[in-house]
Design a binder for this molecule. Structure first.
Ligand SMILES: [Zn+2]
Length: 428
């Protein structure tokens, strides 16, 4: 059984990855969940891709498994908190749930196991998300996108033969999700510089140290899975998604809450994040291109509380985002506090430009790399028209207290000017 080393202090005890690793499933259960009864949870696709084989391996090793739970392949299972609650009721303390699948199946089982208070085993079927090794599950709770608390898997197994035969768009989605870490890192550097949120070295290194290497070659499955796994660890270490997610993820959450579909199916997490990433990179180039004097000249005056209230009301009128107003006004500064923050940013403007230049890939390179990975690079390729795209951009600032690039631009009165440069994204 070939294991990949795991950083110290993780909730995850073992990570097996190699060609043909499904055969090790029984050994993992025996060593890491001794005496427990395995219970496979999969969907129609992941059952065919790996679940059936895992069931056979367990049986041949003399392990008696509980009747598997197989969700239908169509419609694809949704990441609902209510489903987790149902699954949790089916888990008994003598069981080890075995999630065989990618993002959604893993999140459902992770959260259900957390509710039931048992450790679980994740068998990954596609390199499509960074959530395999992360604590917390991205779920829809009464229509709202939330990260619900729960421990990371105790054991992870990735058979590279299975990952390689996953549908190509899943790997492209994983690559786009990994690319988003360029943005997350840039935002964290700015927050650190402005004294808003210091960088945590351990979490930072897990994501950023090898990021450029992982992104260099989108066809390298080892790099991709390694990058996604390491990102998950960083969220375990930091106990928050700051190391791995920025404005691009918030944009994707807005579109998800709006139920974005393209040609009748849900748009994958990674594809929405990829479009958000390109927008963020373009906005960063907008900042890099402005001297401090030019930025000050271009800046709109700070909004008053009344103006902000009216604009927020307009942005949230679809009323599918829960109640973010508390978040908005926790973050929103007006009057002297707004002027002070603006001054702080402008005093650091040139340093921000330098750190952005160091951290990011150019817009052209980002687009080329995403395109090479077969990820969509134009909003219309995931079903977004200009209205929904721009609405998502402005609304993303409202749904979390996290300080992002959108806040930097908003607080300097440059968000609208910056957004004007994004029309380029729609061009062929
Ligand atoms: Zn993500």
């Amino acid at each position: 059984m070939k294991t990949i080393s795991i950083p110290e202090g993780m909730q995850t005890a073992v990570f097996v990855m190699e060609s043909g690793a499904l055969k090790d499933a029984a050994q993992v259960v025996k060593e890491y969940f001794p005496g427990k009864t395995p219970w496979i949870v999969a969907d129609g696709n992941t059952w065919a891709a790996a679940g059936e084989k895992v069931a056979e391996v367990l049986k041949n090793a003399g392990l008696t498994a509980k009747e598997p739970k197989i969700f239908p392949a169509v419609p694809q299972p949704h990441p609902y908190e209510s489903t987790c609650q149902e699954l949790a009721k089916m888990i008994t303390p003598d069981m080890v749930p075995v999630a065989v699948g990618s993002g959604v199946i893993n999140d459902l089982v992770k959260r259900a196991s957390g509710i039931a208070g048992v450790r679980y085993f994740c068998v990954a079927t596609a390199a499509s998300v960074d959530g395999y090794t992360a604590a917390g599950a991205a779920l829809s709770v009464n229509g709202l996108k939330k990260t619900m608390p729960c421990p990371a898997p105790y054991a992870v197994l990735a058979d590279t033969d299975v990952l390689e035969s996953a549908p190509a768009p899943m790997m492209a989605a994983g690559y786009a999700d990994l690319f988003a870490k360029v943005v997350a890192g840039a935002e964290w550097k700015i927050s650190d510089l402005l004294g808003i949120l210091p960088i945590d070295k351990k979490a930072w290194d897990l994501v950023q140290k090898n990021l450029r290497m992982w992104l260099k070659d989108s066809s390298n499955l080892g790099y991709l899975f390694d990058g996604l796994a390491s990102t998950g660890y960083s969220m375990q270490v930091y106990n928050d998604s700051r190391p791995a997610s920025g404005m691009e993820h918030l944009m994707s959450h807005v579109w998800e809450m709006e139920g974005l579909t393209y040609q009748g199916t849900d748009v994958s997490h990674g594809f929405k994040v990829g479009i958000g990433t390109l927008a963020a990179i373009r906005l960063m180039e907008f900042i890099i291109g402005l001297s401090e004097a030019e930025a000050r000249k271009l800046a709109k005056p700070c909004e008053t509380l009344e103006e902000r209230q009216a604009n927020v009301k307009e942005l949230l009128k679809k009323n599918c985002y829960g109640d973010p107003e508390k978040i908005v006004f926790e973050k929103f500064k007006h009057g002297a506090a707004a002027e002070e923050r603006r001054e702080l940013i402008f005093r650091n403007w040139d340093q921000i430009r330098v750190l952005l230049k160091e951290q990011i890939f150019s817009y052209a390179d980002t687009k080329a790399l995403l395109e090479k990975a077969n990820a969509p690079v134009r909003p219309q390729e995931i079903g977004l028209d200009k209205e929904q795209f721009y609405h998502g951009l402005f609304t993303a600032q409202l749904i979390r207290t996290r300080y992002t690039l959108l806040d930097v631009l908003y607080e300097t009165g440059l968000l609208e000017e910056g957004a004007k440069t994004l029309d380029i994204m729609f061009e062929e």
